[in-house]
Write a protein that binds this ligand. Structure first.
Ligand SMILES: Nc1nc2c(ncn2[C@@H]2O[C@H](COP(=O)(O)OP(=O)(O)O)[C@@H](O)[C@H]2O)c(=O)[nH]1
Ligand SMILES: [Mg+2]
Length: 299
């Protein structure tokens, strides 16, 4: 990216090379063309002559694409702040229930690992965290979450494999209430016998959560694997049709040199990227910062 803008003139060759580069970096054709169109338009409007100015405009437009608001339709957004941010209106001893984060995504993208990282992230902020082992389809999934739970020192509510995930979530919510927990993070299956079953199960899990707290889940994080590139986008759409996804956790960013997938996700799905996973260890999680990310692309 940076060498592209070392030339002195803004010419067609610059735009062609930029297009090629963005597409090869997983930004996707549609987003690439839209992005270049916007940059060209602004360059013309401003009468910019220097490539350094074009580069700054490109950065701005990339940040704009990456700065998506969570969708609000169908959600009671009035009460979605975590307990800690409830504000002065809430009496100090008034417990309103946990902040519920539902985590969805296909098998193997990094859900369970990311949940452990998130749990640690909330713990660091002083929150009492409870995990719900809602992937009851794979026997190993519950064990995996329990191992993480022990390692970070948080309670994991689980049932036997094959159990109803709705019942697991119900128990986790009850448990969280009894302990006045701040956050419940719900793991879910990423694969069932059919995709239809999977989507129905997710809807059911969400219904159970809502029965106990109509304002929950407060966040539905879709985990995507950065290394699957454009393929992840069609997966994402089925989840978005089923549960109101509020944001993306982009795992395995350390596994790809093609950071462009972040732009494709934000633009094509109109969802904010909330976190990125940068490795297999507990601390390999970062809050996503659009400006920082874009600056890094040009470094
Ligand atoms: N390199 C890398 N590996 C990851 C990351 N997140 C998860 N993984 C690995 O991806 C594999 C699948 O993760 P898992 O959490 O079990 O996925 P799940 O099936 O969606 O729950 C595991 O080997 C994880 O260690 C990440 O950010 N970077
Ligand atoms: Mg899992």
């Amino acid at each position: 990216m940076s060498s592209l803008f070392e030339r002195s003139e803004i010419d067609d060759d610059l735009w062609d090379s930029l297009e090629e580069l963005l597409i090869s970096a997983d930004v996707g054709v549609e987003t690439t063309l839209r992005l270049i169109e916007r940059v060209k338009e602004r360059v013309l409007r401003e009468g910019a002559l220097r490539t350094s100015r074009a580069r700054e405009i490109l950065k701005d437009e990339m940040v704009a694409i990456l700065t998506q608001e969570p969708p609000t339709d169908g959600w009671d957004t009035a009460d979605t702040a975590p307990q800690a941010e409830a504000g002065p209106a809430a009496a100090e001893d008034e417990y309103l229930g946990p902040y519920v984060v539902l985590v969805v995504g296909v098998n193997g993208v990094g859900k369970t690992t990311s949940i452990a990282k998130l749990a640690r992230w909330y713990l660091r902020q002083g929150d009492y965290v409870v995990l719900a082992a809602g992937d009851t389809f794979r026997a190993a999934a519950t064990d995996q979450l329990q191992v993480w739970g022990e390692r970070i020192g948080v309670d994991v509510i689980s049932h036997q494999s094959g159990a109803d995930p709705g019942a697991v979530v119900f128990d986790a919510m009850q448990f969280a209430h009894s302990r006045r927990a701040d956050v419940v993070i719900v793991d879910t299956a990423g694969r069932l016998h059919t995709k239809y079953n999977l989507m129905e199960e997710l809807k059911k899990v969400r219904r159970v959560i809502q029965r106990l707290d109509p304002t929950a889940p407060h966040e539905v994080l879709l985990v995507l694997d950065a290394t699957t590139g454009q393929n992840g986008l069609s997966q994402a759409r089925s989840f978005m049709e089923t549960v109101e996804v509020t944001g993306v956790l982009l795992a395995k960013m350390d596994g790809t040199a093609k950071g462009g997938i972040a732009l494709a996700i934000a633009d094509q799905l109109q969802l904010p990227i909330e976190f990125i996973g940068t490795g297999e260890k507990l601390d390999d999680l970062a809050e996503f910062d659009a400006r920082q990310f874009v600056e890094a692309l040009f470094r």
